[in-house]
Design a protein around this ligand. Sequence first.
Ligand code: NDP
Ligand code: MG
Ligand code: MG
Length: 332
Amino acid sequence: MAELFYDADADLSIIQGRKVAVIGYGSQGHAHALSLRDSGVDVRVGLHEGSKSKAKAEEQGLRVVSPSEAAAEADVIMILVPDPIQAQVYEEHIKDNLNDGDALFFGHGLNIRYGFIKPPAGVDVCMVAPKGPGHLVRRQYEEGRGVPCIAAVEQDATGSGFELALSYAKGIGGTRAGVIKTTFTEETETDLFGEQAVLCGGTAALVKAGFETLTEAGYQPEIAYFECLHELKLIVDLMYEGGLEKMRWSISETAEWGDYVTGPRIITDATKAEMKKVLAEIQDGTFAKNWMDEYHGGLKKYNEYKQQDSEHLLETTGKELRKLMSWVDEEA
Ligand code: NDP
Ligand code: MG
Ligand code: MG
């Protein structure tokens, strides 16, 4: 079983005794910086020239300096800029500002796991990754609750990296809910696999294939949209609340019977074999290398795929149908 840590296991005074730099003020950055500040931690935010979020951070009472200045002032540096540019930000602004005993923190392990960032031996390398988007992390903190986090130490130069990570997690409310100990390798590989095979890639492909099967058979796209996309939320909400059991308790017996006999015809042994290949390419670094090449090569295929899907009948149908449903908020 996983090792879990709560408020009583974490000493907030450790992070209160350090100087923290949060580099980036996006989804995660704003939540970490504001909640650490409210937990009595000395925080500065490091933002690049021309940053869109600089004014907001200052409005919210935070001191904003350049990423280099933030890294120079601080002894705990949390990197919360997009993963594909972290290595560049590290090389340009952080590397030369690291001293022995400092700690480098991440919200996701990709750059460390695949060696795009190679910190010097004298610094702690830690991860605190909330299992939720930044806006939820901040809202839960403000309400006196927290989003569960996972925490890891890749390099324990001081011998107290994990205590520091737990203290940081407490500062953003994570230990109120529970912190699970992991490794950079486990977090990175499972995160990439989950989003590709199941959450994003797998689900999007399943929805599109179902929708195409119905519309190609002559059914109306609007009806197909409701059956294959819209209703998915109701099903996922039930799974989220009570697993497969609650979902099956709520649906009709007919739907449940179809679930048992048809599900395995859709996700077959061949699908699972392909999942294992996907996982192997994540583990051996092929996926990460290809993605970095695509990103730094100007995102040509990425933009092509994005364009293709935006023109798909599923998307054009959904855009119109959602106008009929005032409670569905496109901006949320
Ligand atoms: P966002 O894209 O929301 O935020 C990016 C921030 O980085 C923005 O403030 C942006 O500035 C800033 N930025 C961009 N370029 C630079 C630069 N060159 N120098 C300094 N700052 C720069 O990122 P996320 O919060 O989504 O992701 C941050 C990390 O958190 C990633 O490692 C991600 O994997 C991880 N994570 C994200 C989760 C999420 O829910 N989003 C969940 C768990 C982990 P500007 O002000 O111009 O916008
Ligand atoms: Mg991810
Ligand atoms: Mg139905």
